[in-house]
Design a protein around this ligand. Structure first.
Ligand code: ZN
Length: 434
């Protein structure tokens, strides 16, 4: 029989408990204060959103420019992407306008922002104001006593019971959210997420499984697992398959993938595991990795394979110490200039924007129509959103000698966007003569 030992273990002393009591009280008060500030922030964002919405002209294709203008100003000031800000502006207004009781509970610190997320997430589909108010009252009672994770199930079930629409109707709406997302993982891996109807997703998985089994039956020596084969088959189909249910099918089939990989020159030179500099042997682990779109490391073997491969790949060689771009492959003046700038900019040059340059426009800082030259000093990459922002609002840009682009906002604030930082080795000697 198991018995719990009655021997006293190490324990807190009476003075410890006095101190702990003080700490707990302070923490509870601090959290209440943070909640009040978060509520205030939501109200400020809601006010900014309202200010922008009053100038939005839905009858025009560029009617939401005031919205982007406001989001850009706030994003630059807070050093976050303006797309993120625009999403937060919308969320703040949903909270302020549709969940007033919840915002009130946050203001007085009765619930945390995590509770707010759960409540809005579960209740946003309730369109009737009166029904939503009933939902709020019910879930707030629980929220004030339970953790956000415990609240989640209750809130979802409560919302489900109050929803007037059938699953059929809701599924119809949900299909508007179908999409493909990419997120980067560690170790030069990324994840592709496909959101679509359950029947299609399970159908895809089933077909891949059948194909994978056929591969293993045909070649019993193939060492790949079913998981490996499903992943490899899906990549193969998506990268080289021709769609049959979309027009123009023939043209769609000829469209090939384009990615942008930056390879440091020293990494390129390292054909063995013992690359050397003029100073001697350099550990392969110290080499900068190649970078995909300036944000995701690519392993050396894959990068070297790409450098020697087909003409679909852009190749940019960077200096091992400074990270400066040394050369871009395949010389053709205009295309070369574009590649050169892409390698330097790596992403849209609006503060906080992560849009890769292959999806950007090259924009003249000094307008070409007013004599601005088409050269590296006068061109920068801008995504369509920020290109439009610059040309159709009062935002302006200036390029500094070090490549920094300074944006001046409608309120007269200056926001610098520096060239992407490179991790540089410290060295006592001059950089190698590349
Ligand atoms: Zn951008």
């Amino acid at each position: 029989m198991n018995e719990i030992s009655r021997r006293a273990g190490p324990s807190l002393t009476a003075p410890d408990l006095v101190m702990l009591d003080h700490l707990v009280t302070s923490l509870v008060e601090t959290r209440r204060g943070i909640a009040a500030f978060q509520a205030l922030e939501a109200q400020l964002l809601h006010a900014a959103n309202t200010l922008a919405q009053e100038r939005v002209d839905a009858s025009r294709s560029d009617g939401d420019l005031p919205m982007r203008d406001v989001a850009a100003e706030i994003g630059a000031a807070l050093r976050v992407s303006d797309r993120t800000v625009q999403r937060q502006l919308g969320q703040a207004s949903i909270l302020a306008e549709r969940f007033p009781r919840t915002l009130d509970a946050l203001t007085t610190g009765r619930i945390s922002r995590a509770h707010v997320h759960v409540i809005v997430d579960a209740g946003h589909r309730i369109t009737d104001d009166e029904v939503r108010a009933r939902f709020e009252t019910a879930v707030l009672t629980v929220a004030e006593q339970e953790s956000p994770s415990r609240l989640k199930g209750y809130a979802r079930l409560t919302a489900e019971r109050l929803l007037p629409r059938t699953l059929q109707e809701r599924h119809q709406d949900a299909t508007a959210g179908r999409r493909v997302d990419v997120s980067d993982l560690d170790d030069a891996m990324s994840q592709l997420t496909l959101v679509a109807a359950s029947t299609l997703i399970h159908g895809i998985h089933d077909r891949l499984t059948h194909q994978a089994r056929t591969v293993t039956t045909t070649d019993p020596d193939d060492p790949r697992t079913l998981d490996h084969l499903r992943a490899d088959l899906l990549c193969d189909l998506a990268l080289s398959g021709t769609p049959t249910a979309h027009e123009p099918a023939q043209l769609l089939g000829t469209i090939t993938a384009e990615i942008h990989v930056t390879v440091p020159a020293l990494t390129l030179a390292s054909t063995s595991s013992h690359p050397t500099t003029r100073d001697g042997v350099l550990d392969a682990a110290q080499l900068d990795p190649a970078m995909l779109d300036g944000v995701q490391p690519v392993d050396t073997a894959t990068a070297l394979q790409l450098v020697g491969a087909s003409p679909g790949w852009d190749r940019a060689l960077t200096h091992p110490i400074t990270g400066a771009v040394l050369a871009v492959d395949r010389y053709r003046p205009s295309a070369d200039l574009r590649r050169y700038l892409r390698a330097i900019d790596q992403r849209c040059r609006f503060p906080g924007c992560m849009m890769p340059t292959r999806r950007c426009d090259l924009d003249h800082i000094h307008d070409a129509a007013r004599g601005g030259p088409t050269n590296a000093d006068n061109l920068t990459d801008k995504c369509r959103r920020h290109h439009v922002l610059k040309h159709h609002t009062t935002w302006t840009t200036r390029k500094q000698p070090d490549g920094t682009i300074t944006w001046t906002s409608p309120t007269g604030r200056h926001y610098p966007d520096r060239t992407p930082p490179h991790v540089a080795f410290t060295t006592d000697t001059d950089p190698p003569p590349f």
